[in-house]
Design a protein around this ligand. Structure first.
Ligand code: TRP
Ligand code: SF4
Length: 405
């Protein structure tokens, strides 16, 4: 059976609750989310259950971390009127689908995921020989498949998890995609498209199935993609019906690879909390200025009159993110000729970072002043997410025979 209907326009991504975010998160992930929300139907969630897979021993800080993180999402421009923002554990369907998918997921698929062994070795102080940790990719599959998301923005490290998700979906559709009343339900779905479209769909389907007319298939697919008023379940049913297979209950998502963040930290290594080299989105202007002013520079520049080499200096890396060509040329020239001092060289960087952060901090202030607001946004997002999730679960339960009269 073909589970590869053309990717739909829905995007889903999650982030573990890690508390306040920094510029690495912004340049690596959030900026991309903010852009996607204008072109796609977006769902962004706090992956608090995922946090438990590695932090089950001390879960106390999770809710506070979640709120702080969501404030930073909103500050960075994720907009609740464009994207659905919610908390994973507030939508219990994630846990339910995780359980149901776990029934048919072969152990070997999970043991093979690189992060399973890697993380166990890296986080030696934690006992990760648990059922929950092994099942992490199944939980992630549930997150994605629950919303039948077509595209999932992730970093390189998450690609193997997405591959598991695709296999899990394919297996599920193979096992349960043949509804006994498939034809009847597909026909009902056809009628829901309206008379004219229904007639066109039937005609194209006939041409494809009777004569193998590939062009008719393309046109029919485009027709389905343009339908606004049918549910995702019916949509997948119509794709399956078109090609003569069974039903695609859980469509396979595509990774939307986000290039690894090149955001350098204050010491030139990648910006990361564990290196203590971050600029947080809500660091005050004074703190930002202090952090950049005290950044190490090329050690060759002991005195103001010693020339330096920008390639040896983490400040130069920030120029590459923040400065235009003219400013960069000025820094290069001034550094190599000792024409400028490091304090001077840092000024444009300080200015640019403050400029970038200013609107974030103004927005954050509103949410800090009224914590109830974040709660309301998450409640509303969760409500909307639950509706979509329940629609999928209804079909999943039915497909798996969990229907009692
Ligand atoms: N595993 C992801 C991470 O650690 C977070 C995550 C959980 C996620 N569920 C997801 C990302 C679903 C994308 C889609 O970064
Ligand atoms: Fe770094 Fe600029 Fe100083 Fe050169 S002048 S060492 S690039 S801060």
């Amino acid at each position: 059976m073909n589970s590869a209907a053309p990717a739909n326009n829905r995007v889903l991504s999650g982030m573990r609750p890690t508390g306040r975010l920094h510029l690495g998160h912004y340049h690596g992930v959030l900026k991309n989310w903010v852009e996607l929300q204008h072109t796609h139907e977006c769902f962004f969630f706090v992956a608090d259950l995922h946090a438990l897979t590695t932090h089950y021993e001390n879960p106390r800080g999770i809710p506070d971390s979640a709120y702080e993180m969501v404030i930073d999402w909103l500050a960075a421009g994720v907009n609740p009127s464009s994207a659905t923002i919610f908390v994973q554990s507030w939508v219990p369907q994630h846990a339910e689908l995780h359980l149901l998918l776990s029934m048919s997921t072969p152990l070997g698929w999970l043991e093979r995921v690189p992060s399973f062994k890697d993380q166990q070795e890296q986080l030696k102080d934690k006992d990760l020989a648990t059922y929950g940790f092994l099942g992490y990719p199944v939980l992630m599959s549930a997150d994605i498949l629950l919303y039948r998301a077509g595209q999932v923005p992730v970093g390189e490290d998450q690609v193997p998890h997405l591959e598991v998700t695709r296999e899990v979906a394919r297996r599920f559709n193979h096992l349960y995609g043949r509804e006994h009343d498939f034809t009847e339900r597909a026909e009902q779905a056809v009628s829901k498209m309206g008379k004219k479209n229904a007639r066109l769909y039937r005609e194209l389907r006939r041409r494809y199935q009777e004569q193998g007319d590939a062009e008719a298939l393309d046109v029919a697919r485009a027709l389905l993609e343009a339908q606004q008023n049918i549910s995702l379940g019916d949509r997948e049913r119509l794709f399956g019906y078109l090609e003569g297979g069974g039903r695609i209950i859980l469509p396979e998502p595509q990774p939307l690879l986000t290039p690894a963040s090149k955001m350098p930290g204050l010491d030139g290594r990648k910006m990361s909390k564990s290196y203590h080299n971050t600029i947080a989105l809500r660091d005050s202007p004074e703190v930002v200025e202090h952090k950049i002013r005290t950044m190490p520079t090329d050690p060759a520049r002991v005195r103001r009159t010693d020339p330096g080499d920008p390639e040896e200096c983490p400040v130069w890396q920030l120029h590459q993110v923040y400065s235009d060509d003219r400013t960069r040329a000025w820094a290069q020239e001034g550094c190599r000729s000792a024409g400028i001092g490091c304090v001077e060289c840092k000024q444009p960087v300080i200015k640019a970072v403050l400029h970038e952060l200013k609107p974030f901090q103004e927005r954050a202030a509103e949410f800090e002043a009224d914590p109830g607001l974040v709660r309301i946004i998450l409640n509303e997002g969760t409500q909307a997410a639950r509706e979509q999730a329940e629609e999928t679960m209804d079909e999943v339960r039915r497909a798996m025979g969990l229907v009692y009269r």
